[in-house]
Design a protein. Structure first.
Length: 280
């Protein structure tokens, strides 16, 4: 079988190691390749995948939205998020899906987070924030979206409400929300290059769970600050793992060998020293 990741850039992607470890663990004869595809070349890219009989592929920046018109069907999850990160070829048609939000939820479930009746605050309103906000809202969480560009926060809150979720919005900064959040999720790129975060977390309740979806560095200034305040913290590596696990299961209709994929991901990250890691 043949699988791939398409996007631009894809050269630092850790998905090939993760997926191939999964194939090997179950004795499946399959490959997973990186195929660079620019936004302007997406039509040719998909044609190439079809002509060469790829069974499925992941889609990363900047193609997650642009690929939708080229697919025959998309799942309700992908439709609500408005983006596709996983495609499979089924009986001659192309089915698009999104595992980013569910991958995030799964990473919290494995750490023992209880979702019922909780309030989540999301910092940022880009593509990752949208997948997370939509999926958490469907699990019944009350969502507050804070963004530098407040119009985008308002738009995203409107999208979440339009799908039946409970969402409000505001501008990025400290406020009384800090004491009220049960789950605080950092989705902006701030911290990837070792920079300080935009505001401190002094006064945050130690019962708040704090997630930074950045995984390189493993501990951003934001996450370090949260840990100093006694909060349970998690970086984005498990989100990356579980979006991959769910994609693997979507393609192959069987349980993924999670521990093998996790080990490959950790080893891949360790060996890619100069990885500047755009989150996938
Ligand atoms: P992704 O798909 O990874 O979520 P994105 O769609 O480009 O990436 O979104 C990036 C998010 O990070 C946006 O919410 C952006 O805020 P704006 O909408 O105001 O641009 C936020 N972001 C990026 N750089 C930032 C910075 N220096 N300070 C605060 N927010 C920032």
């Amino acid at each position: 079988m043949k699988f791939a990741i398409i996007g631009d850039p894809v050269d630092h992607s850790l998905s090939p190691q993760m997926h191939e470890a999964g194939f090997k663990a179950v004795g499946l004869d399959a490959v997973y390749q990186r195929i660079p595809v620019k936004n302007s070349e997406i039509g040719q890219g998909v044609r190439y995948l079809l002509d060469n009989r790829y069974d499925g592929w992941n889609v990363t920046y900047p193609l997650k939205e642009a690929i939708i018109p080229l697919l025959d069907r998309v799942t309700p999850e992908a439709l609500d998020i408005g983006a596709v990160n996983t495609v499979k070829r089924v009986d001659g048609y192309l089915l698009g899906h999104n595992t980013d939000g569910e991958g995030f939820v799964q990473s919290l479930i494995t750490k023992g987070f209880e979702f019922s009746g909780k309030k989540a605050v999301i910092l940022g309103a880009g593509g990752a924030a949208k997948a997370i906000a939509m999926t958490l809202a469907k699990k019944g969480l009350d969502i507050l979206i804070l963004n530098r560009n407040v119009e985008k926060a308002r738009w995203l809150a409107g999208q979440v409400s339009g799908c039946g979720g409970k969402a409000s919005w505001g501008c990025l900064g400290i406020g009384d929300w800090l004491q009220k959040a049960d789950l605080l999720i950092q989705t902006t790129p701030v911290g990837m290059k070792g920079e300080e975060y935009l505001f401190g977390l002094r006064g945050i309740s130690p019962s708040t769970w704090v997630v930074d979806i950045i995984y390189h560095p493993a501990v951003t200034a934001f996450l370090g600050d949260a840990a100093k305040n006694g909060c349970q913290t998690m970086n984005g590596l498990d989100m990356l793992l579980y979006q991959g696990v769910l994609a693997w299961e979507f393609w192959l209709n069987r349980d993924a060998p999670v521990s093998f994929m996790q080990r490959a991901l950790t080893e891949g990250l360790r060996s890619s020293d100069e990885c500047d890691c755009a989150n996938e």
